[in-house]
Design a protein around this ligand. Structure first.
Ligand SMILES: Cc1ncc(COP(=O)(O)O)c(C=O)c1O
Length: 366
């Protein structure tokens, strides 16, 4: 880092944090600055990823000629048991491509009411695919076969005709809950194609021992993010049948998502798939420790450590801002998910010391 940049980092840190961390971009956040538990998207690429990015063999991926992108797509397709895969800039684009490919305008997509594709994609589904969501309960993170059947039947009574079921595994707003292995086959047996939003599918794999391919088998398409917990700086993958992925490539182009020498970022994705999946167990154990601290402090806030199987801790509080201000004063960052719903997310850049600091801050929170 040059002298000017160092000076700037130092002046930023006077206001907000840890100079060592800004000077060394690979240094874990919790070592000196804030313990950042707002999201698992805040991770920085590991030194191995940075090396792989610098050395990546690249070509023009819009011509299909980037060897590193092709290797990543093949590795992912194999990992989730699909014929082909497509590298996309974000999880949102992966979900949107699936909607554009598997639905028709003026049909409905059956999905849990709190899923990312329903409420966190800025109205993209209506704009990109012209569909309407038929939302159903997803209190425990799954959707029920009875609700899917009900939505199919409702098409006889002026509800739109469902064209797709979309599910989320792990289900973020339910607290990172992984699906039971037999739940998705039952939903798929209702007869509609299924898109699996598996932004954190590898968290489910590590938590349950059910491999990602088994989870994805009943789904036509599956999307996973490399930049949530797996530490890659950018990128998600959509996988499915080969002809559908050829169409997805054309749709990606229409959305402006064709990338040229994208092997520079795909290289980090390959390292993510190879080295970052098993270690998610550490994040899960740390989330469990946080859940115990939350349950100790607020026994009736709906946080049961036994149910915290992956990296997300959710609980209710009547004054979230007061809790967040207190945590921040203790050097810990958290967030809210909905009115009165608090969230902490563990990830690679928070270690055991950071978790103990957060647990201590929670113990004295208002
Ligand atoms: C479950 C789920 N799906 C999709 C996405 C979208 O990913 P991106 O932020 O890369 O668009 C997210 C992002 O947090 C997510 O949590």
């Amino acid at each position: 880092m040059g002298a000017l940049a160092q000076e700037r980092a130092r002046s930023l840190c006077e206001v907000d944090g840890d100079v060592e961390q800004l000077l060394d971009p690979c240094k874990p956040r919790c070592m000196g600055g804030f313990v950042d538990l707002r999201s698992d998207t805040v991770t920085r690429p590991t030194p191995e990823m940075r090396r792989a990015m610098a050395e990546a063999d690249v070509g023009d991926d819009v011509y299909g000629e980037d060897p590193t992108v092709n290797a990543l797509q093949d590795a992912f397709a194999q990992r989730v048991g699909k014929a082909a895969a497509l590298f996309v800039p974000s999880g949102t684009m992966g979900n949107q491509l699936a909607l554009r490919l598997l639905t028709r305008p003026a049909t409905s997509v059956i999905a849990g009411r709190r899923q990312h594709v329903v409420i966190y994609e800025n109205g993209a589904a209506g704009r990109n695919a012209g569909i309407q969501f038929q939302t159903v309960d997803d209190d425990d993170g799954t959707i029920s076969v009875d609700d899917v059947r009900w939505a199919l039947d409702a098409a006889r009574h002026h509800h739109p005709q469902p064209s797709l079921v979309c599910v989320e595994n792990t289900h973020m707003p339910a607290g990172g809950v992984p699906w039971p292995p037999d739940a998705l086959p039952a939903v798929a047996a209702c007869g509609l194609p299924v898109h699996l939003d598996g932004a954190r599918l590898f968290h489910a794999e590590v938590a349950t021992g059910v491999d990602a391919a088994a989870y994805a088998a009943p789904a036509t398409t599956v999307m996973c993010c490399l930049s949530k917990g797996l530490c890659a700086p950018v990128g998600s993958l959509l996988a499915g049948p080969a002809d559908l992925m050829a169409d997805a490539r054309a749709e990606r182009q229409r959305l402006g998502g064709g990338m040229r020498q994208a092997g520079v970022i795909a290289a980090a994705g390959l390292v993510a798939l190879r080295t970052m999946v098993e270690r998610l167990a550490e994040d899960h154990a740390r989330a469990h420790r946080l859940a115990e601290a939350v349950a100790d402090r607020w026994p009736d806030a709906g946080c049961d450590p036994v149910r915290v199987q992956t990296n997300i801790v959710i609980w209710r509080h009547s004054r979230p801002d007061a809790v967040l201000d207190h945590l921040r004063a203790e050097g810990v960052l958290g967030g809210t998910l909905a009115p009165g719903v608090m969230r902490l997310v563990t990830h690679h850049d928070v270690d055991d010391d950071g978790i103990e600091r957060a647990a201590k801050a929670l113990a004295s929170a208002p």
